[in-house]
Design a protein around this ligand. Structure first.
Ligand code: NAP
Length: 315
């Protein structure tokens, strides 16, 4: 009992926050340097449909990152009423243009637009999000070209911090096309023993508690608590949820709640991952913070993928 208490104290005291700002800056700096050294300026076209405020922020961040690294960018902000046919027409134009190396369609699209049709219409050679079936298939076969930016960024973070992947028990919670599935493929290719969980998994905690490396991409604020985490595990929190209820903020942030409550008072909500940071702090060895973790790497990897697309198209 005393040993357990000491272990908990040790882990809680020494839990490492896997901040990603420095690595994201390093990745973007490398892209910038390569562009400055003479490759013809890469071009990225971002397509957004409707007025979803979160999508508007994500696209703005991506455009700002393009400016910072020297990628030419264009933002096609289309009205909510845009039809699948109209969007397909725009994608066809962007596919045909030589000065556009990468095309991204910010998801989710409005319900009346066929997301599948749009994703499949993008030229796989310009699919810098890595969502096209050709790129998903290549990844599944172990011959990736464009890997979805969020899981690709997580792999960079694990490597940057020297976190062991080979032979470890890795668990990915979530099986979306943009995070969970490609994440599991990448870990498998690096010789982890991978389990994928989802909303139908029986006794989620019993499965996740076996993981040395736990990647969580669910979309439910703080769902993963102390009972889901193996003592000493590395936990990667992909979730991005907005929480405004002060009681919920207190239960998620414990001693650090005051800072977050100030943010709620100022902005109406605070950004929270899928992991309860205060409970995870009692058991995990490492945890990515939200914000300041995975999200920063997603944008950096988009820059890297766009540079790659430009190089491959001109090779
Ligand atoms: P998604 O498409 O909605 O997928 C969510 C996954 O979680 C599904 O596979 C779902 O299972 C599973 N799930 C839902 N409830 C569950 C539960 N109670 N127990 C176990 N599994 C459960 O979401 P996503 O696009 O992958 O995004 C997930 C989160 O990551 C969101 O918060 C999103 O905002 C965030 N995100 C962040 C970044 C970043 O850059 N940081 C990038 C992308 C996404 P089923 O398949 O059975 O429905």
């Amino acid at each position: 009992m005393l040993v357990c208490a000491l272990c908990a104290f040790f882990v809680a005291t020494f839990m490492i926050k896997l901040e990603a700002a420095e690595l994201a800056a390093k990745i973007k700096e490398a892209v910038k340097t390569e562009i400055e050294r003479g490759i013809r300026r890469p071009g990225l076209a971002a397509v957004r449909v409707g007025d979803d405020p979160a999508s508007a922020v994500y696209v703005r961040n991506k455009i700002q990152a393009c400016e910072a690294v020297g990628i030419r960018s264009e933002h096609h902000a289309l009205p909510e009423s845009t039809s699948t046919a109209e969007l397909l027409e725009l994608i066809a134009t962007l596919n045909a243009r030589d000065d556009v190396d990468g095309i991204l369609t910010q998801l989710p699209l409005p319900a009346h637009v066929s997301e599948t049709a749009i994703i499949e219409a993008i030229d796989p050679a310009k699919d810098v999000d890595g969502f096209h079936p050709v790129n998903a298939g290549r990844l599944a076969m172990g011959r990736p070209v464009f890997v979805p930016c969020t899981p690709a960024g997580i792999m960079e973070l694990l490597d940057d911090r020297g976190i062991e992947i080979r032979g470890t028990n890795a668990c990915v919670v979530g099986r979306s096309q943009i995070v969970g599935r490609p994440m599991a493929q990448l870990l498998l290719q690096r010789d982890a023993t991978v389990t994928i969980c989802h909303s139908r998994t029986r006794d989620l905690a019993a499965v996740t508690r076996t993981a040395d490396l736990l990647v969580v991409a669910i979309g439910r604020a703080g769902l993963i608590g102390r009972e889901h985490i193996k003592p000493g595990a590395t936990v990667i929190d992909v979730g991005m949820n907005r929480v405004s209820d002060p009681d919920e903020v207190r239960s998620l942030f414990g001693a650090e709640a005051e800072k977050r409550l100030e943010i709620v008072a100022k902005r109406g909500a605070t950004l929270v991952g899928d992991v309860n940071p205060s409970e995870a702090g009692e058991v995990a060895r490492m945890l990515t913070p939200v914000p300041g973790g995975v999200g920063l790497l997603t944008v950096a990897m988009l820059m890297k993928n766009t540079l790659r697309a430009a190089k491959l198209r001109r090779a």
